[in-house]
Design a protein around this ligand. Sequence first.
Ligand SMILES: [Zn+2]
Length: 136
Amino acid sequence: MTTLAVGKDVLSHCNRCKLNLSHIIVTMKDDDKPHKVKCNTCGATHVFKDPKKVTKKKKTTRKRTTKKESINDDWNKRMDTFKGEEISYSPKGSYVPGDLIDHTTFGKGFVEKKIDLNKIEVIFENDIKILVHNIQ
Ligand SMILES: [Zn+2]
């Protein structure tokens, strides 16, 4: 392994070039970690970014679950543990958090919370919806 030192070349990710390029070490953080580097291509001086870590980060971003996936996970967990009986949804009904309702359009959903006297937030398989209830 080559010893890193001020004035030596190191491969770093350049934010301006958006590439992993050869940089000159300007300052060192530790004996083996550059702090600031200067891009040989665009001449910008910036904090050293390990090219390996930059690649890793991108993969994590791609793997991050979307909002819909997280709703679906949550819904599945609730379905697995739900022990009560499902209730057919009707705007005239009255529901409390924890109820499992069966909606003609959206399917089965869990009442998450009461928003006000006539509105409830319901977690369906792939979406969260606001439904009306207690309508006389
Ligand atoms: Zn650059």
